[in-house]
Design a protein around this ligand. Structure first.
Ligand SMILES: [Zn+2]
Length: 409
Protein backbone atom coordinates (compact mmCIF):
# COMPACT_ATOMS: atom_id res chain seq x y z
CA UNK A 1 0.00 0.00 0.00
CA UNK A 2 0.98 3.66 -0.21
CA UNK A 3 3.94 4.93 1.84
CA UNK A 4 2.51 7.69 4.06
CA UNK A 5 5.97 8.57 5.39
CA UNK A 6 7.35 9.14 1.90
CA UNK A 7 4.33 11.29 0.99
CA UNK A 8 4.77 13.33 4.16
CA UNK A 9 8.52 13.85 3.57
CA UNK A 10 7.87 15.05 0.04
CA UNK A 11 5.15 17.44 1.24
CA UNK A 12 7.66 18.83 3.75
CA UNK A 13 10.41 19.20 1.11
CA UNK A 14 8.11 20.94 -1.37
CA UNK A 15 6.86 23.27 1.39
CA UNK A 16 10.40 24.67 1.79
CA UNK A 17 10.27 26.18 -1.71
CA UNK A 18 9.05 29.79 -1.55
CA UNK A 19 8.74 29.61 2.26
CA UNK A 20 8.88 32.96 4.06
CA UNK A 21 10.18 33.63 7.56
CA UNK A 22 6.62 34.14 8.85
CA UNK A 23 5.78 30.59 7.77
CA UNK A 24 3.75 31.14 4.59
CA UNK A 25 4.70 29.98 1.10
CA UNK A 26 4.59 32.07 -2.08
CA UNK A 27 4.97 30.25 -5.37
CA UNK A 28 3.43 32.44 -8.06
CA UNK A 29 3.24 31.14 -11.61
CA UNK A 30 6.23 31.45 -13.96
CA UNK A 31 8.55 32.51 -11.13
CA UNK A 32 11.80 30.85 -10.03
CA UNK A 33 9.95 29.43 -7.00
CA UNK A 34 7.34 27.74 -9.17
CA UNK A 35 10.09 26.46 -11.48
CA UNK A 36 11.98 25.01 -8.50
CA UNK A 37 8.78 23.34 -7.27
CA UNK A 38 8.15 21.78 -10.69
CA UNK A 39 11.78 20.59 -10.90
CA UNK A 40 11.46 18.89 -7.51
CA UNK A 41 8.16 17.30 -8.55
CA UNK A 42 9.76 16.13 -11.84
CA UNK A 43 12.54 14.45 -9.81
CA UNK A 44 9.88 12.60 -7.75
CA UNK A 45 8.14 11.55 -10.97
CA UNK A 46 11.45 10.11 -12.17
CA UNK A 47 11.92 8.24 -8.86
CA UNK A 48 8.46 6.79 -9.45
CA UNK A 49 9.58 5.48 -12.86
CA UNK A 50 7.30 7.81 -14.83
CA UNK A 51 7.86 9.26 -18.30
CA UNK A 52 8.10 13.02 -17.63
CA UNK A 53 7.13 15.81 -20.04
CA UNK A 54 5.97 19.42 -19.95
CA UNK A 55 3.39 20.77 -22.39
CA UNK A 56 3.21 24.14 -24.18
CA UNK A 57 1.40 25.72 -21.19
CA UNK A 58 3.97 24.50 -18.67
CA UNK A 59 1.78 21.69 -17.31
CA UNK A 60 4.09 18.98 -15.93
CA UNK A 61 3.05 15.37 -16.64
CA UNK A 62 4.32 11.97 -15.47
CA UNK A 63 2.92 8.89 -17.24
CA UNK A 64 2.82 5.18 -16.50
CA UNK A 65 1.79 3.02 -19.44
CA UNK A 66 -1.02 0.49 -19.24
CA UNK A 67 -1.22 -2.92 -20.84
CA UNK A 68 -3.33 -1.25 -23.54
CA UNK A 69 -1.24 1.81 -24.42
CA UNK A 70 -3.91 3.18 -26.77
CA UNK A 71 -6.56 3.11 -24.04
CA UNK A 72 -7.66 6.49 -22.64
CA UNK A 73 -5.71 7.43 -19.51
CA UNK A 74 -6.70 8.08 -15.92
CA UNK A 75 -5.37 11.56 -15.10
CA UNK A 76 -4.60 12.52 -11.48
CA UNK A 77 -3.89 16.20 -10.96
CA UNK A 78 -3.55 19.32 -8.87
CA UNK A 79 -1.14 22.28 -8.71
CA UNK A 80 2.08 23.45 -7.03
CA UNK A 81 1.59 27.21 -7.38
CA UNK A 82 0.24 28.98 -4.28
CA UNK A 83 -1.41 32.21 -3.21
CA UNK A 84 0.75 34.85 -1.49
CA UNK A 85 1.42 33.72 2.09
CA UNK A 86 -0.31 30.40 1.49
CA UNK A 87 -0.09 26.99 3.15
CA UNK A 88 1.76 23.73 2.54
CA UNK A 89 -1.10 21.47 1.39
CA UNK A 90 -3.36 23.31 -1.10
CA UNK A 91 -2.26 21.74 -4.39
CA UNK A 92 0.89 19.80 -3.38
CA UNK A 93 -1.19 17.09 -1.65
CA UNK A 94 -2.89 16.20 -4.95
CA UNK A 95 0.28 16.21 -7.06
CA UNK A 96 2.45 14.34 -4.55
CA UNK A 97 -0.44 12.02 -3.64
CA UNK A 98 -0.79 11.17 -7.34
CA UNK A 99 2.93 10.41 -7.66
CA UNK A 100 2.74 8.26 -4.51
CA UNK A 101 -0.11 6.25 -6.08
CA UNK A 102 1.89 5.65 -9.27
CA UNK A 103 5.10 4.81 -7.40
CA UNK A 104 3.16 2.31 -5.27
CA UNK A 105 1.64 0.73 -8.39
CA UNK A 106 5.18 0.36 -9.72
CA UNK A 107 6.57 -1.13 -6.51
CA UNK A 108 3.63 -3.54 -6.17
CA UNK A 109 4.02 -4.59 -9.81
CA UNK A 110 0.42 -3.63 -10.55
CA UNK A 111 -0.54 -3.96 -14.21
CA UNK A 112 -3.48 -1.77 -15.26
CA UNK A 113 -5.22 -1.81 -18.61
CA UNK A 114 -5.34 1.96 -18.81
CA UNK A 115 -2.33 4.27 -18.63
CA UNK A 116 -2.26 6.49 -15.54
CA UNK A 117 -0.85 10.03 -15.54
CA UNK A 118 -0.24 12.66 -12.90
CA UNK A 119 -0.17 16.37 -13.72
CA UNK A 120 0.94 19.53 -11.91
CA UNK A 121 -1.16 22.22 -13.59
CA UNK A 122 0.20 25.70 -14.30
CA UNK A 123 -1.26 28.51 -12.14
CA UNK A 124 -4.44 27.15 -10.56
CA UNK A 125 -4.70 29.92 -7.96
CA UNK A 126 -4.76 33.02 -10.16
CA UNK A 127 -2.77 34.85 -7.48
CA UNK A 128 -0.46 36.58 -9.96
CA UNK A 129 -2.69 37.55 -12.90
CA UNK A 130 -6.22 37.38 -11.39
CA UNK A 131 -6.88 34.63 -13.93
CA UNK A 132 -6.69 31.17 -12.42
CA UNK A 133 -6.60 27.63 -13.78
CA UNK A 134 -4.38 28.69 -16.68
CA UNK A 135 -3.00 25.17 -17.23
CA UNK A 136 -6.34 23.37 -17.16
CA UNK A 137 -7.91 26.00 -19.43
CA UNK A 138 -5.06 25.36 -21.88
CA UNK A 139 -5.73 21.62 -21.69
CA UNK A 140 -9.34 22.12 -22.77
CA UNK A 141 -8.53 24.71 -25.45
CA UNK A 142 -10.41 27.52 -23.68
CA UNK A 143 -7.31 29.63 -22.90
CA UNK A 144 -7.45 32.41 -25.51
CA UNK A 145 -4.68 34.71 -26.71
CA UNK A 146 -6.78 37.50 -25.16
CA UNK A 147 -6.58 35.73 -21.77
CA UNK A 148 -2.78 35.89 -22.08
CA UNK A 149 -2.97 39.71 -21.97
CA UNK A 150 -3.90 39.67 -18.23
CA UNK A 151 -1.16 41.51 -16.35
CA UNK A 152 0.37 41.17 -12.89
CA UNK A 153 0.97 44.12 -10.53
CA UNK A 154 4.18 45.01 -12.34
CA UNK A 155 2.49 45.15 -15.74
CA UNK A 156 3.94 41.82 -16.92
CA UNK A 157 1.39 39.91 -19.03
CA UNK A 158 0.83 36.15 -18.88
CA UNK A 159 2.34 36.00 -22.39
CA UNK A 160 5.40 37.95 -21.22
CA UNK A 161 5.83 35.78 -18.14
CA UNK A 162 5.55 32.66 -20.29
CA UNK A 163 8.30 33.94 -22.60
CA UNK A 164 10.52 34.69 -19.59
CA UNK A 165 9.92 31.09 -18.47
CA UNK A 166 10.98 29.74 -21.88
CA UNK A 167 7.45 29.05 -23.18
CA UNK A 168 6.05 30.35 -26.46
CA UNK A 169 2.56 31.88 -25.90
CA UNK A 170 1.59 31.55 -29.58
CA UNK A 171 1.96 27.77 -29.24
CA UNK A 172 -0.32 27.40 -26.20
CA UNK A 173 -2.87 25.63 -28.43
CA UNK A 174 -0.50 22.66 -28.58
CA UNK A 175 -1.37 21.94 -24.92
CA UNK A 176 -4.93 20.96 -25.93
CA UNK A 177 -5.64 17.39 -24.90
CA UNK A 178 -7.96 15.37 -27.15
CA UNK A 179 -10.92 14.20 -25.06
CA UNK A 180 -10.63 10.63 -26.36
CA UNK A 181 -7.21 10.26 -24.66
CA UNK A 182 -8.72 10.65 -21.17
CA UNK A 183 -11.03 8.24 -19.33
CA UNK A 184 -11.27 10.09 -16.02
CA UNK A 185 -9.79 12.93 -13.97
CA UNK A 186 -9.19 12.58 -10.24
CA UNK A 187 -8.01 15.14 -7.71
CA UNK A 188 -7.05 14.71 -4.07
CA UNK A 189 -7.31 18.06 -2.27
CA UNK A 190 -7.67 19.48 1.20
CA UNK A 191 -11.25 20.42 2.05
CA UNK A 192 -10.49 24.08 2.99
CA UNK A 193 -13.62 23.96 5.16
CA UNK A 194 -14.80 22.48 8.47
CA UNK A 195 -17.38 19.92 7.36
CA UNK A 196 -15.20 16.78 7.64
CA UNK A 197 -13.77 17.95 10.97
CA UNK A 198 -17.33 18.32 12.24
CA UNK A 199 -18.15 14.80 11.05
CA UNK A 200 -14.90 13.44 12.58
CA UNK A 201 -13.89 11.96 9.21
CA UNK A 202 -10.45 12.02 7.53
CA UNK A 203 -11.78 11.85 3.97
CA UNK A 204 -14.90 12.90 2.01
CA UNK A 205 -16.38 12.28 -1.43
CA UNK A 206 -16.93 15.49 -3.42
CA UNK A 207 -20.32 15.79 -5.14
CA UNK A 208 -19.47 18.72 -7.39
CA UNK A 209 -17.64 22.03 -7.68
CA UNK A 210 -19.68 25.19 -7.21
CA UNK A 211 -19.74 27.58 -10.17
CA UNK A 212 -18.97 31.23 -9.46
CA UNK A 213 -20.58 34.33 -10.94
CA UNK A 214 -18.54 37.50 -10.45
CA UNK A 215 -20.32 40.82 -10.91
CA UNK A 216 -19.41 44.47 -10.38
CA UNK A 217 -22.27 46.78 -9.35
CA UNK A 218 -21.85 50.52 -9.98
CA UNK A 219 -24.14 53.01 -8.24
CA UNK A 220 -24.45 56.60 -9.53
CA UNK A 221 -26.32 59.13 -7.36
CA UNK A 222 -25.62 62.76 -6.55
CA UNK A 223 -22.85 64.17 -4.40
CA UNK A 224 -23.92 66.94 -2.05
CA UNK A 225 -23.18 68.91 1.10
CA UNK A 226 -23.49 66.66 4.17
CA UNK A 227 -24.69 69.58 6.29
CA UNK A 228 -27.22 71.29 4.05
CA UNK A 229 -28.95 68.45 2.14
CA UNK A 230 -32.05 67.15 4.01
CA UNK A 231 -32.23 63.38 4.38
CA UNK A 232 -35.38 63.08 2.28
CA UNK A 233 -33.86 64.71 -0.79
CA UNK A 234 -30.60 62.78 -1.05
CA UNK A 235 -29.40 60.35 -3.74
CA UNK A 236 -26.70 58.67 -1.66
CA UNK A 237 -24.94 56.05 -3.78
CA UNK A 238 -23.18 54.41 -0.83
CA UNK A 239 -26.40 54.11 1.21
CA UNK A 240 -27.94 52.34 -1.81
CA UNK A 241 -24.93 50.03 -2.08
CA UNK A 242 -25.19 49.26 1.64
CA UNK A 243 -28.85 48.28 1.21
CA UNK A 244 -27.87 45.98 -1.66
CA UNK A 245 -25.12 44.34 0.45
CA UNK A 246 -27.85 43.40 2.95
CA UNK A 247 -30.09 42.11 0.15
CA UNK A 248 -27.23 39.89 -1.10
CA UNK A 249 -26.66 38.41 2.35
CA UNK A 250 -30.40 37.80 2.81
CA UNK A 251 -31.06 36.24 -0.62
CA UNK A 252 -27.94 34.03 -0.56
CA UNK A 253 -28.98 32.69 2.85
CA UNK A 254 -32.40 31.47 1.68
CA UNK A 255 -31.37 28.31 -0.19
CA UNK A 256 -28.99 26.76 2.34
CA UNK A 257 -26.49 25.92 -0.42
CA UNK A 258 -25.77 29.28 -2.07
CA UNK A 259 -22.95 31.56 -0.87
CA UNK A 260 -22.79 35.25 -1.72
CA UNK A 261 -19.92 37.59 -0.83
CA UNK A 262 -19.24 41.29 -1.26
CA UNK A 263 -15.47 41.50 -0.96
CA UNK A 264 -14.85 44.91 -2.46
CA UNK A 265 -16.51 48.26 -1.80
CA UNK A 266 -15.60 51.77 -2.86
CA UNK A 267 -17.24 55.22 -2.70
CA UNK A 268 -16.54 58.72 -3.96
CA UNK A 269 -15.77 61.57 -3.89
CA UNK A 270 -14.59 60.44 -0.42
CA UNK A 271 -15.00 63.44 1.88
CA UNK A 272 -16.24 63.21 5.48
CA UNK A 273 -18.66 66.05 4.74
CA UNK A 274 -19.76 64.96 1.24
CA UNK A 275 -22.69 62.69 0.37
CA UNK A 276 -21.23 59.89 -1.81
CA UNK A 277 -22.30 60.44 -5.41
CA UNK A 278 -20.93 57.13 -6.60
CA UNK A 279 -20.24 53.71 -5.12
CA UNK A 280 -19.22 50.28 -6.33
CA UNK A 281 -19.34 46.76 -4.91
CA UNK A 282 -18.26 43.34 -6.14
CA UNK A 283 -20.33 40.17 -5.88
CA UNK A 284 -19.10 36.57 -5.79
CA UNK A 285 -22.10 34.21 -5.93
CA UNK A 286 -21.78 30.40 -5.98
CA UNK A 287 -23.84 27.23 -5.83
CA UNK A 288 -23.35 23.69 -7.10
CA UNK A 289 -26.81 23.94 -8.71
CA UNK A 290 -26.69 26.42 -11.58
CA UNK A 291 -30.48 26.96 -11.64
CA UNK A 292 -30.54 27.74 -7.92
CA UNK A 293 -27.60 30.14 -8.28
CA UNK A 294 -29.22 31.90 -11.22
CA UNK A 295 -32.54 32.25 -9.34
CA UNK A 296 -30.74 33.86 -6.40
CA UNK A 297 -28.89 36.17 -8.80
CA UNK A 298 -32.22 37.11 -10.42
CA UNK A 299 -33.74 38.06 -7.04
CA UNK A 300 -30.66 40.09 -6.10
CA UNK A 301 -30.79 41.98 -9.42
CA UNK A 302 -34.54 42.63 -9.02
CA UNK A 303 -34.37 43.86 -5.44
CA UNK A 304 -31.24 45.95 -6.13
CA UNK A 305 -33.04 47.62 -9.06
CA UNK A 306 -36.07 48.33 -6.81
CA UNK A 307 -33.89 49.86 -4.08
CA UNK A 308 -32.08 52.07 -6.57
CA UNK A 309 -35.31 53.13 -8.28
CA UNK A 310 -36.75 54.17 -4.90
CA UNK A 311 -33.56 56.10 -4.05
CA UNK A 312 -33.15 57.77 -7.44
CA UNK A 313 -29.86 56.00 -8.14
CA UNK A 314 -28.62 54.64 -11.49
CA UNK A 315 -27.41 51.07 -11.16
CA UNK A 316 -25.23 49.16 -13.62
CA UNK A 317 -24.17 45.52 -13.55
CA UNK A 318 -20.97 44.31 -15.18
CA UNK A 319 -20.30 40.58 -15.52
CA UNK A 320 -16.65 39.66 -14.87
CA UNK A 321 -16.94 35.87 -14.84
CA UNK A 322 -19.64 33.20 -15.14
CA UNK A 323 -18.65 29.56 -14.80
CA UNK A 324 -21.12 26.69 -14.66
CA UNK A 325 -20.89 24.35 -11.65
CA UNK A 326 -19.16 21.05 -12.38
CA UNK A 327 -20.93 18.00 -10.97
CA UNK A 328 -18.66 15.04 -10.16
CA UNK A 329 -19.30 11.89 -12.20
CA UNK A 330 -21.66 9.36 -10.57
CA UNK A 331 -19.38 6.51 -11.61
CA UNK A 332 -16.29 8.10 -10.07
CA UNK A 333 -18.20 9.03 -6.91
CA UNK A 334 -19.22 5.38 -6.61
CA UNK A 335 -15.59 4.27 -7.05
CA UNK A 336 -14.38 6.73 -4.38
CA UNK A 337 -17.20 5.65 -2.06
CA UNK A 338 -16.23 1.99 -2.45
CA UNK A 339 -12.55 2.85 -1.92
CA UNK A 340 -13.37 4.79 1.28
CA UNK A 341 -15.41 1.93 2.62
CA UNK A 342 -12.58 -0.45 1.67
CA UNK A 343 -10.39 1.63 3.99
CA UNK A 344 -13.01 1.46 6.74
CA UNK A 345 -13.96 5.13 6.34
CA UNK A 346 -17.65 6.04 6.37
CA UNK A 347 -18.18 7.71 3.00
CA UNK A 348 -19.41 11.25 3.28
CA UNK A 349 -20.59 13.32 0.29
CA UNK A 350 -19.93 17.08 0.30
CA UNK A 351 -19.73 19.86 -2.30
CA UNK A 352 -16.67 22.00 -3.04
CA UNK A 353 -17.30 25.71 -2.63
CA UNK A 354 -13.79 26.49 -3.87
CA UNK A 355 -12.91 26.27 -7.56
CA UNK A 356 -10.48 23.61 -8.82
CA UNK A 357 -8.89 22.57 -12.13
CA UNK A 358 -11.45 19.76 -12.33
CA UNK A 359 -14.09 22.35 -13.36
CA UNK A 360 -12.27 22.71 -16.65
CA UNK A 361 -11.03 19.14 -17.08
CA UNK A 362 -14.66 18.03 -16.68
CA UNK A 363 -15.19 19.37 -20.21
CA UNK A 364 -12.92 16.55 -21.46
CA UNK A 365 -13.82 13.54 -19.29
CA UNK A 366 -15.71 12.43 -16.16
CA UNK A 367 -14.28 14.12 -13.05
CA UNK A 368 -14.12 13.23 -9.35
CA UNK A 369 -12.51 14.64 -6.21
CA UNK A 370 -11.47 13.33 -2.81
CA UNK A 371 -11.29 15.78 0.11
CA UNK A 372 -8.97 15.44 3.09
CA UNK A 373 -9.88 16.99 6.45
CA UNK A 374 -8.48 20.50 7.06
CA UNK A 375 -7.71 21.55 10.64
CA UNK A 376 -10.12 24.34 11.69
CA UNK A 377 -11.09 24.66 8.01
CA UNK A 378 -8.22 27.14 7.53
CA UNK A 379 -6.67 27.52 4.05
CA UNK A 380 -4.83 30.14 1.96
CA UNK A 381 -3.04 30.84 5.23
CA UNK A 382 0.26 29.62 6.76
CA UNK A 383 -1.84 27.84 9.44
CA UNK A 384 -3.32 25.51 6.79
CA UNK A 385 -2.85 21.97 8.11
CA UNK A 386 -3.88 18.39 7.48
CA UNK A 387 -2.37 15.62 9.61
CA UNK A 388 0.04 13.03 8.26
CA UNK A 389 -2.53 10.31 9.00
CA UNK A 390 -5.30 12.12 7.11
CA UNK A 391 -3.05 12.77 4.09
CA UNK A 392 -2.15 9.07 4.06
CA UNK A 393 -5.82 8.05 4.34
CA UNK A 394 -6.73 10.30 1.41
CA UNK A 395 -3.87 8.88 -0.66
CA UNK A 396 -4.99 5.30 0.09
CA UNK A 397 -8.51 6.12 -1.07
CA UNK A 398 -7.02 7.66 -4.23
CA UNK A 399 -4.91 4.53 -4.79
CA UNK A 400 -7.88 2.16 -4.56
CA UNK A 401 -9.97 4.45 -6.78
CA UNK A 402 -7.25 4.54 -9.43
CA UNK A 403 -6.87 0.74 -9.38
CA UNK A 404 -10.62 0.44 -9.92
CA UNK A 405 -10.86 3.01 -12.73
CA UNK A 406 -7.62 1.97 -14.48
CA UNK A 407 -8.86 -1.65 -14.52
CA UNK A 408 -6.21 -3.50 -12.62
CA UNK A 409 -5.33 -6.58 -14.69
ZN1 LIG B 1 -5.90 24.12 -4.72
Amino acid sequence: MVDGGRLWNRLSELAKIGKHEEGGVARLSFTTEERAAKDLVASYMQEAGLAVREDAAGNLFGRREGTEPEAPAILIGSHVDSVLNGGDFDGPLGVLGGIEVLQTMDEEGVASERPVEVVAFTDEEGARFSLGMIGSRALTGTLSQEDLLHEDRDGVSIAGAMRNAGLEPARVGEAVRPADTLAAYLELHIEQGKVLEGEDLPVGVVTGIAGPVWLRLSFAGEAGHAGTTPMGTRHDALAAAAEVVSVIEEEASVTGSTVGTVGQIGAGPGGINIIPGRAGISLDLRDIDEAVRDQVEGRIRERAAEACERRGIDLEFEELQRLPPAPCSEEIRAAITAASEGEGIRSYPLPSGAGHDGMHVAELCPMGMIFVRSRDGISHNPKEWSSREDCEAGCKVLYLTVLDLAKQG
